[in-house]
Design a binder for this molecule. Sequence first.
Ligand code: ZN
Length: 533
Amino acid sequence: MRSRPRLRPIVFAGLVLALAFVVPVLMAADQAAPPAAKAPAAKPPVHAKQVKRLLIRNAMVIYGNAEPPFGPANIAVEDGLIARVGAVPRDWVADAEIDAAGKYVMPGIVNGHMHLQDERGGIPQPFQYEMNLYLAAGATTIRDVGADWEKTKKWRADSNAHTLIAPRILAYERIWAAKGSHTPALVREGVRFAKAEGVDGLKASGMDRDLLEAFLDEAHKQSLRTATHSAVDESTAKDWAELGVTSIEHFYGVADAALDGIQDFPPEHNSSNEVHRFGRAGELYIQHNLNREKLSAALDLMVKNRVFWCPTLSIYVASRDVIRAQNLPWYKEYLHPTMERYFTPDMRNHGSYFLGWTSTQEVRWKKTYQVWMDALKEFAVKGGVVTVGDDAGFIYSLYGFGQVHEMELLEEAGFHPLEVIKMATSNGAKMIGMEDRLGRVRQGFIADLLVVNGNPVENLRLLNPYGTDVLTYDGKVVNNYSAIVPGDPKAKVVRGGGIEWTIKDGIPYHVPTLMKETKDMVSQARPEAAKKR
Ligand SMILES: [Zn+2]
């Protein structure tokens, strides 16, 4: 740890050196209190405006590999890259400066499973709405696993050129299946077609074993990474892991690999009926014939063959608590009417299957989550790499909000918040093959950074774009285990937290501004949507 440059003494003026000793004391007592004295600062950044040199001053740093936070430290960004961490030469003058005293800086989040959407159920929805919410939740890189390819190509290019305010986009598409995928030869042809089209990777679902062999063999030949949503199929996670898929999404295929036989579907089961499909999916990990030894063996194989697991816990969570999911407080201001309509139970819309949803179905899902979470924990303990994705835009999960909920659920699965942050940053970078450039607060890495109001290791929910409740004493944010006498009127709850700045490629995006724009998009769309009903 000490060999890294970031912990070398701060070489700013003596005043700043003194601060370095004062701030930790203040932070221990009260994380929100900035020091009284400070060096003359450059002007703060302007939302979405690129500067050559950006300085983040006095930040506590979460590095991204599960090491504990350190600081306060300065982070110098130049030409979109992290130029220095900790020690910034005196003659290095910033064009803009963020005062991060009392704040934490962590790497930008890699959302490993999402979908680019500019409509829901055929009704338009502003693409910027989705991009604003993901940036506001701290996603600086998103792996799209299925969208309109022609649009995606343009969005990806515009994001790279910074003409679109959006995270960095990686496109893992299904276009390989465009020409038909019912023979091994067609599958191979489709994979080559997708490569020529310029995809970053391939997304697949359950396949017959012979087709799967062709798919992964050709993907390897074309040097394309792959992601699979494998569910209730001839092939299970075991097949995908054996043949070298990059990542397994969701949960189904892993449990399918652990059954002695098949899932006990009742005779009326119809896979095209989503009430049936998602109802029974919630029984998968609690099947009487789920063999724990087989489950461990499947996990072992995934670890051995370096298969990533992007579980998307948050996308199914409405199934275990639908009333909560239908009444999230941020819907009031931030739920676009197009999405609101799409979420409404309706068998025509994918994931809107809550028609007569029962308490028994919820209980089964809750129990399934317990086994699923145990499997995730076992996988990670054995050396498997878990990543964060939210798959939002379905099932009452809203872009970005789902991402922070995913992190909360990973903590519930038994991981330390520092491990969860690692999953969301350096693990995600590894899954997309960018671990040499992304996912750590490291000199030379791409300057994708989040400036968080508070310490996400203490409370992951601080990353919620809506912010969260924090305890204040006499107007200052304090830890809620502080020694406050019951009844003390100086103790109050306020909305705090949130990310202040999401920095992508060194460009600072001001999260309160993004959220204001998002709120405006929603309030402007509502009267028109109401008329159409
Ligand atoms: Zn998905």
